[in-house]
Design a protein around this ligand. Structure first.
Ligand code: IPE
Ligand code: IPE
Ligand code: MG
Length: 252
């Protein structure tokens, strides 16, 4: 086999993939209900799908993967479900952090941390600190995240700088707001995938999604795997991104 053929068939070889993929991991509860299982089991299986997806994203050469894990609005769920979800996050970080670190994953966290339990805050900080120099894949965990709240935080940061005299008033631009979001150095997502068949953003990355391609897949999150990720990326590749400009000329 020639070098070129070997490269083409190597499943771990990076190929033309979007730089930043963001996923709304939805449908754990319905996956469980369809099988007569408790919702907690759906969430547990959702973590398994997440592990597979992170591994696949790294192998495929995706630079950044953002996952929507818990929304600002998810506090309206029953306390027992919130406890299950917090417990899963704790276990995910405790059990998987070493492996993520070894495979070169950098963990970042976006969302409001001040109303999380102190032990969770500490785990999130430890994960960021341990992995800060990794550069194979950046895993952005959106936890206690809502996009409107993030934009409000950016506005407060800017207001504080205006009050301190570091920014003049009347000069707020879209770029300045982007620079004050929770992870300003992360590029906007090229592709946002939502599982479960729902077709909405549910307060996810509203600012950053301005020109993202949206792909809605009709499977529940626990069923998501590398093949599903590849097929969402194949759909993305069929789209034409125009960013307000004109379609590329195709002859004549
Ligand atoms: C996604 O699954 C996980 C979270 C939102 C935390 P859901 O729990 O929303 O599952 P469905 O949408 O009720 O099926
Ligand atoms: C979005 O899913 C939040 C996460 C996946 C973490 P939801 O299940 O909370 O969204 P809605 O309520 O159906 O819009
Ligand atoms: Mg849901």
């Amino acid at each position: 086999m020639s070098q070129a053929e070997a490269t083409q068939t190597d499943p771990t070889e990076p190929f033309d993939v979007p730089r930043h993929v963001a996923i709304i991991m939805d449908g754990n509860g319905r996956w469980a209900a369809a099988r007569g299982l408790p919702r907690a089991e759906g969430h547990r299986r959702g973590v398994e799908a997440l592990r597979k997806t992170v591994r696949a994203a790294g192998e495929m050469g995706i630079a950044c993967l953002t996952i929507f894990s818990f929304s600002s609005e998810n506090w309206s769920r029953p306390p027992s479900e919130i406890r299950d979800l917090m417990g899963l996050l704790r276990r995910f970080i405790r059990n998987d952090l070493a492996e993520l670190h070894q495979s070169g994953v950098r963990v970042r966290v976006v969302g409001e941390r001040s109303d999380l339990d102190p032990d969770i805050r500490k785990l999130l900080e430890e994960a960021e600190e341990l992995t800060r120099d990794n550069d194979r894949l950046t895993l952005v965990v959106a936890f206690n995240y809502g996009a409107r709240q993030e934009i409000a935080r950016a506005a407060n940061r800017i207001a504080a700088e205006v009050a301190a005299g570091r920014i003049a008033s009347g000069v707020v631009t879209a770029e300045l707001i982007a620079q004050h979001l929770d992870a300003p150095d992360i590029p906007d997502p090229d592709l946002i995938i939502r599982t479960s068949g729902e077709q909405r953003l549910s307060n996810f990355l509203l600012w950053q999604a301005a020109y993202s391609e949206l792909v809605f897949v009709p499977i529940y999150w626990p069923e998501f795997d590398r093949a599903a990720l590849e097929s969402a990326i194949a759909e993305y590749r069929r789209r034409e991104r125009r960013f307000g400009g004109l379609a590329a000329q195709t002859g004549s």
